[in-house]
Design a protein around this ligand. Structure first.
Ligand SMILES: CC(C)(COP(=O)(O)OP(=O)(O)OC[C@H]1O[C@@H](n2cnc3c(N)ncnc32)[C@H](O)[C@@H]1OP(=O)(O)O)[C@@H](O)C(=O)NCCC(=O)NCCS
Length: 146
């Protein structure tokens, strides 16, 4: 079900991103990210994850699952695949930022073995202008848990 995404997937990924976030990333921006060195994207028909590897660490840049496909394990499978790929690149840690009020994502990431390691005050701005903190989460990668 999960495969590497290519530049040809950019329109689909932009649609999935727009379904999942208030501030969607454009097709051009997503295409650029997919084509960037040290970045990789994995997709399922119901969602995708974009990861960047850098200097022994890796970072999930975005993760989106279509509302129609949620709570069927797609998000968990994408995170697991991303962690495995990040480990293959030599990364020892997988980081991400998530809005402190995003209960669904926080539950998913806890389920996938991420732990909070920091907080960025007012990192996000909601549509109504309200600031929202980001939590920084980390998962330590090893053959056993990647
Ligand atoms: C967060 C998101 C990616 C989860 O994707 P998903 O495919 O629905 O997640 P899964 O079905 O793999 O869920 C795995 C586990 O995560 C937790 N979880 C997922 N969604 C949840 C929710 N709405 N409420 C509570 N727990 C939830 C549960 O523990 C779940 O296991 P269970 O279904 O066996 O109880 C999806 O809701 C989404 O795209 N949200 C909008 C975009 C977003 O917030 N992205 C992450 C930003 S960093």
């Amino acid at each position: 079900m999960i495969r590497s995404a290519t530049i040809d997937d950019a329109p689909d990924l932009a649609r999935l991103h727009a379904e999942a976030f208030d501030a969607p990333w454009s097709e051009a921006y997503l295409g650029g990210q997919i084509g960037a060195a040290a970045a990789f994207a994995l997709r399922d028909d119901g969602g995708f994850v974009l990861v960047r590897a850098l200097a022994g660490d890796a970072e999930i840049l975005t993760l989106a699952v279509s509302p129609a496909a949620r709570r069927r394990g797609v998000g968990r499978a994408l995170v697991k695949a991303a962690a495995a790929r990040a480990h293959e690149t030599g990364a020892e840690n997988l980081f991400l930022e998530v809005a402190a009020d995003n209960a669904a994502a926080l539950a998913l990431y806890a389920d996938c073995g991420f732990e909070p390691v920091g907080r960025r005050n007012g990192y996000y701005r909601r549509g109504d202008g309200r600031p929202m903190d980001a939590l920084v989460l980390r998962k330590t990668l090893s053959p056993a848990n990647a």
